[in-house]
Write a protein that binds this ligand. Structure first.
Ligand SMILES: [Zn+2]
Length: 457
């Protein structure tokens, strides 16, 4: 009897020890795919999901990751502000340390580099690495993972450091920072041609979707636009690859490395569309980002050691789905069919306006771009740029915020600002290590989760 009881206690003790060990040793990942929607706040996500479900007839792929159960609230305050920008946000995810605004993975002194998850993965495990965006490859989010620059605006220096970093896959826009001023469109003052230098370093350099499709090498520099890549809504006539296509090629090439890989994939222009308070352009760019998320999910299903993390760096614009049309007595919410009718981005639309657009020109061009017939009063409200005049710090773009404001009762989508907000975000994941994405996390903790999953020191 005594021995039986002792055995039972020993068994209970062993079970407890096992549970304790399992909770302290994290699952090991061979690959990490980190997907960042720049400016992808909760409303950007939900507006795109409503559009996808009711107009396109399918749920966003992000929903699959969220429903897997490893989802957390994310907050993103920085070393010097409650409202972050992309350099500090990406730097915090990349390094695990609180950052100062506009510095790329640097300590407070602006001179001391803080090692990033990508650099640790490369140095300690010889992982292959990739950085992909629809914004510029020299823009803050990709830059924070592989460069150390005291101010994000020094994109010439970012391009130089990106090549030096030996990141195998680099794709996005802003080719201008790789070319000397002597070449048409080039912005480099030091006269260097980084594209020729990249070729000497073994990179296949590609500039179109067709070229990307045919790429065979293990190092790729894809520069698809002199400036940012186009908004999804403006892509009809471009030769640019989609973010999903870039992601597919990236994962295919990086997964040839037997040690594994780290890839950061950014939907970079969601942010730009929301800065301009352009709900339709925002939704289309979220859906393009979501298709890249789908590529990562499908990859993870056939490559079980892959940790996929989906998150945002910050909300942009304080987007909100609002209740009423001009005449509704009951809540009606977002008008998805009306949003579907918009055929170009606000940014392109406004280019036709010049410096002092007349109400007649505004009415005509808005009708052509959206099908909406503004009233004379609404057109006058935009021509007078009423919103910018009322709050020029929070609404700094000419005419765009006044346009978005008069379109509010038509679209039933509003924006609190032209810039970022401190709205909490979310992160979710699948694969080894994702079980730690729970509760309320600071974005620096995403670094810790990736580092543990890859078993880096
Ligand atoms: Zn931004």
């Amino acid at each position: 009897m005594q021995i039986k009881r002792m055995n039972r206690w020993i068994n209970i003790l062993l079970v407890l020890l096992f549970v304790f060990a399992a909770s302290t040793v994290s699952a090991q990942a061979k690959n990490v795919v980190l997907l960042i929607g720049d400016g992808l706040g909760y409303t950007q996500f939900w507006a795109a999901q409503l559009y996808s479900k009711h107009i396109l007839g399918r749920d966003l792929r992000m929903i699959e990751v969220m429903k897997a159960g490893n989802t957390a609230y994310i907050v993103n305050d920085t070393a010097d502000s409650f409202v972050t920008e992309s350099a500090a946000a990406a730097g915090q995810i990349a390094t695990g340390e609180r950052m100062f605004a506009r510095a790329l993975s640097m300590k407070e002194d602006g001179k001391t580099p803080v090692p990033t998850i990508l650099e640790l993965a490369k140095a300690q495990k010889n992982l292959a690495c990739g950085l992909v965006t629809t914004s510029g490859i020299t823009d803050a989010t990709p830059a924070a993972f592989a460069t150390h620059v005291s101010h994000r605006s020094n994109e010439e220096e970012v391009a130089t450091q990106l090549l030096k970093s030996n990141v195998e896959i680099l794709m996005g826009g802003r080719k201008q920072f790789f070319l000397p001023e002597s070449v048409s469109g080039g912005r480099r003052k030091d006269g260097r041609n980084l594209i020729e230098e990249a070729q000497k370093l073994g990179y296949s350099v590609v500039g179109t979707a067709a070229e990307l499709k045919g790429v065979t090498g293990s190092k790729v520099l894809g520069l698809f636009n002199m400036a940012n890549m186009n908004y999804e809504i403006d892509r009809k006539a471009t030769k640019e690859p989609s973010l999903a296509e870039m992601t597919e090629v990236t994962l295919r090439i990086l997964s040839r490395n037997p040690n594994g890989f780290f890839a950061m994939i950014e939907g970079g222009r969601i942010d730009h569309a929301s800065h301009r308070n352009d709900a339709a352009a925002t939704i289309h760019d979220v859906i393009a980002f979501d298709e890249a998320v789908g590529v990562a999910i499908d990859f993870a299903k056939t490559h079980p050691g892959t940790l996929v993390i989906l998150t945002a760096d910050h909300d942009t614009g304080g987007m909100a789905i609002i209740g009423h049309s001009k005449t509704s007595k009951e809540y009606v919410g977002i008008d998805l069919k009306q949003i579907k009718n918009q055929n170009i981005s606000f940014e392109l639309l406004i280019k036709e306006w010049g410096k002092n657009p007349t109400p007649a020109l505004i009415k005509e061009s808005v009708k052509k771009a959206t099908g909406i017939e503004l009233t004379d009063e609404e057109a006058q409200f935009v021509a007078a740029d009423t919103i910018k005049k009322a709050d020029p710090y929070n609404y700094s773009y000419d005419y765009l915020h006044s346009l978005a404001f008069v379109l509010r009762p038509y679209y039933r989508v509003g924006f609190a600002s032209q810039t970022h907000t401190a709205s909490p975000l979310y992160a979710c994941g699948i694969g080894p290590g994702s079980e730690k994405i729970q509760g309320l996390l600071h974005n620096t903790e995403l670094f810790t989760i990736m580092k543990a999953a890859l078993q880096l020191k």
